[in-house]
Ligand binder design. Structure first.
Ligand code: SF4
Length: 400
């Protein structure tokens, strides 16, 4: 297909595709899907080989947010039965992080709900960063604390943070339909503040919120312009108790096309599959490793992911390898800049964090249940959404 040959050539040269080419990727048929994956896979392997970077989320403060982001289970008025707790102490957060690092993660993403941190919150998080860095040589730490005020990014950088995550989430033109308590411009401002302070910028999107193909292309082109080191791609987990609970718009095929489009538009950037991987890609997750070079290990912020062991097995079975602490994530031309020469961050804060019950279907352990009726790819899979009940903020061991 001429389109794919053109996109591969452009991807290898870091040349921006046209909007029409990006839209055409999203419009490809199921018959062409493997060709699309193979083409975007060439670009992925050119810049990142067969390495998969593992990241580990620690939810420092869960729920009770005054903001109204429609996709978020922690939002104002959310009736999702998620864990709610205030700031973890540095030693508690450090203990949670240790589980992810022991499981193979090289980056810890420290996330807190809320509009943005107070200066006291920045102090707390600084202590937590220090506790994690003191105990784990070479670990990368990304903070994800919401909108930053002047000077806070610099303080986080001084405290040892390597990266900062703040997602654009959706196109500028539809942003007001998703959130009313802050603006798209606020988000751009925070990513720029983080970058200016020397933190490796991480910013991504959420797909599946009812947006059009044009919206998806808009937000990915805006991200390319913002030039983050990493782009987390979340697939909406429609949590019961949130305004988007009925938005089941994604199929595994659609998710693969979206990831391929992101790879073509942001060829040399760490593309991370974030929340919703298990819920929407399901048995197609291994194929998505040909497009993204980074995933989260284990659970998400407020929902459970597949067992960490299953993540590692999937990577090995698909012929990829977990990126080691000594390996540099980003291509050489990117690795020198920003605050983090080993790459950038996550799908935190805004992640429509999701997952599934351990022991069921695609998640972790094998199911002893009978196979039952066939399931169509576009049916809502509420059965795969499980609220996180273990790890940070609980007495139970984390999933890593
Ligand atoms: S995404 Fe962040 S700011 Fe928005 S409601 Fe959720 S926790 Fe609050």
């Amino acid at each position: 297909m001429d389109l794919l040959n053109t996109l591969v050539d452009k991807g290898l040269r870091r040349e921006l595709p046209t909007r029409e080419e990006a839209l055409a990727v999203l419009a490809t048929s199921d018959d062409d899907l493997l060709d699309v994956v193979a083409a975007a896979g060439k670009v992925r392997r050119h810049w990142f080989g067969r390495r998969v970077k593992l990241n580990y989320l620690v939810n420092l403060k869960s729920g009770l947010c005054p903001e109204d982001c429609s996709y978020c289970s922690q939002r104002l008025g959310s009736e999702a039965g998620i864990l709610k707790y205030t700031w973890l102490k540095p030693d508690e957060a450090s203990q949670a992080a240790a589980a992810g690092l022991a499981g193979g993660a090289k980056r810890v993403c420290l996330v807190a709900s809320g509009r943005g941190p107070t200066d006291r919150d920045v102090d707390r998080v600084s202590q937590t960063i220090k506790a994690i860095k003191d105990g784990n040589e070479g670990v990368e730490v990304c903070a994800c604390l919401g909108l930053l005020s002047d000077g806070q990014a610099e303080r986080l950088r001084e405290a040892g943070a390597d990266a900062y995550n703040h997602n654009l989430n959706t196109s500028e033109s539809t942003y007001g339909e998703i959130t009313t308590t802050h603006t798209y411009a606020d988000r751009v401002d925070t990513v720029q503040k983080a970058h200016a302070a020397g933190l490796s910028p991480c910013s991504g999107l959420i797909a599946g919120m009812g947006e059009s193909d044009e919206d998806l292309v808009d937000v990915v082109f805006s991200l390319r312009e913002l030039d983050p080191d990493s782009v987390p791609v979340n697939f909406l987990i429609p949590f019961e108790g949130t305004p988007l609970a009925k938005e089941w718009n994604l199929t595994p095929q659609r998710c693969l096309r979206i990831l391929a489009m992101v790879r073509f538009v942001c060829p040399d950037v760490e593309v991370r599959i974030a929340g919703g991987r298990e819920v929407h890609l399901r048995t197609m997750q291994p194929l998505a490793l040909n497009l993204a070079n980074s995933i989260f290990l284990g659970d998400y912020l407020t929902s459970e992911g597949q067992a960490g062991k299953a993540d590692l097995e999937m990577i090995a079975d698909a012929g990829f390898e977990v990126e080691g602490a000594e390996q540099v994530t980003l291509p050489e031309h990117r690795a020198g800049g920003g605050g983090c020469h080993q790459g950038a961050d996550t799908g935190c804060h805004d992640s429509a964090a999701g997952g599934c019950h351990d022991g069921a279907g695609v998640c972790g352990s094998a199911s002893a249940e009978p196979a039952g009726e066939p399931v169509a790819a576009n049916e809502p899979r509420t059965d795969l959404v499980a609220v996180r009940r273990r790890g940070a903020g609980t007495d139970l061991a984390p999933n890593a």
